[in-house]
Design a protein around this ligand. Structure first.
Ligand SMILES: C[S@@+](CC[C@H](N)C(=O)[O-])C[C@H]1O[C@@H](n2cnc3c(N)ncnc32)[C@H](O)[C@@H]1O
Length: 330
């Protein structure tokens, strides 16, 4: 990080275009310095979301195929770098970046070549993507562009798609999932391959979202403090929605596996946790008396994202501690 080089006016302009929804209208990258300022700030926060998703995938025992990575709508290229930092350059055949902005592609290529000297890095699209990464692109695309993009996504072998955890982004991602779910195996966040439970009647106000954690050091860092203040951002909150699909067959998770959605709501005697499994999305009560350790975790917002429960009506009656991956059947 070099906070001296940050162009705060450029960040303010970017922030305004994201907030007002005008970012999709035209290419907003004006200079290398715009991308550098974005890369050191907004993109860092997006990188922490990617770290969260990649760690989730690790806990599922999922690994990508050895293939080329394509970072679509790359911006400064944070998604590709997060992926490579997690799996290592030897796990891929190369990195490709694509953006409507030539400046963005050049920045992403240059930054990746500098960081991964031995890696084949290029810009441009490919007919059939191997590992397709998409990050924070939905809010800039019109419905017909999303439609076209979903057709392209269908050609990939693996898709990892991370978006802000807003209602709109989640519902759009869910629509993409519904469209593609018979063509791919589900990897995450869905613990099942059925229709998304968020779409069931009664769940109209819900959306599928999760929270990543930023490194704690940023909370005492005056520069991050300045960034938060100037951009009107709460540094603690990193909501995200994501979707990971794979053409390769995946073992089914045990049917008692639940994905925890959002944050638990804490009451005096219980925590209310929204859980998703093949039967749908529902709020379950976790009793403080029966599950003191798990209640404590819920209170600290540290509950595991994937859990195995026995339930009766809306009560959690047992929690199995082995990970769903260990319990998975071929
Ligand atoms: C909010 S930025 C996200 C950048 C990067 N993926 C990240 O996560 O930091 C959205 C990016 O999508 C690009 N973009 C917008 N519309 C696009 C389109 N139709 N085709 C390709 N890229 C597009 C923008 O130029 C911008 O770089």
């Amino acid at each position: 990080m070099n906070w001296q080089t940050i162009d705060w006016h450029a960040l303010d302009r970017l922030r305004q275009s994201y907030l007002t929804g005008s970012a999709g209208g035209a290419d907003y990258w004006r200079s290398h310095s715009d991308l550098d300022s974005y890369n050191q700030t907004f993109a860092q926060r997006i990188g922490w979301k990617w770290d969260y998703v990649l760690e989730e995938l690790q806990s599922l025992g999922w690994t990508p195929p050895v293939s080329e990575v394509l970072d679509w709508g790359c911006g400064s290229g944070v998604a590709g770098r997060a992926f490579l930092d997690h799996y290592g350059t030897e796990s891929v055949t190369g990195l490709r970046v694509w953006d409507r902005s030539r400046l963005a592609m050049d920045f992403a290529v240059k930054t990746a070549r500098k960081k991964y000297a031995a890696l084949n890095v290029q810009s441009g699209l490919t007919e059939t993507p191997g590992i397709l990464l998409l990050s924070h692109v939905l809010t800039e695309l019109k419905p017909e562009q999303i439609d076209e993009l979903a057709n392209y996504v269908a050609k990939a072998e693996v898709v990892i798609w991370v978006e802000p955890g807003t209602y709109e982004a989640s519902l759009t991602l869910i629509a993409v999932r519904e469209r593609l779910r018979t063509q791919f195996s589900r990897v995450a966040p869905c613990p099942h391959a059925e229709q998304c439970g968020i779409l069931a009647p009664g769940n109209e106000r819900d959306w599928c979202h999760h929270f990543a954690s930023p490194p704690s050091a940023i909370f005492t860092d005056p520069d991050w403090g300045k960034f938060a203040h100037m951009m009107g951002i709460d540094l603690r909150s990193l909501p995200l929605s994501y979707l990971v699909l794979d053409k390769r067959p995946r073992p089914a998770l045990p049917p008692d596996t639940y994905r925890v959605i959002g944050r638990p709501r804490i009451y005096k005697a219980y925590a209310l946790i929204q859980g998703c499994n093949a039967c749908g999305v529902k709020n379950y009560q976790l009793s403080k008396r029966d599950f003191p350790a798990e209640f404590k975790l819920a209170k600290k917002d540290k509950s595991p994202s994937l859990q195995r429960w026995e339930t009766e009506e809306d009560q959690i009656t047992a929690i199995h501690s082995e990970s769903p991956d260990e319990a998975g059947e071929e």
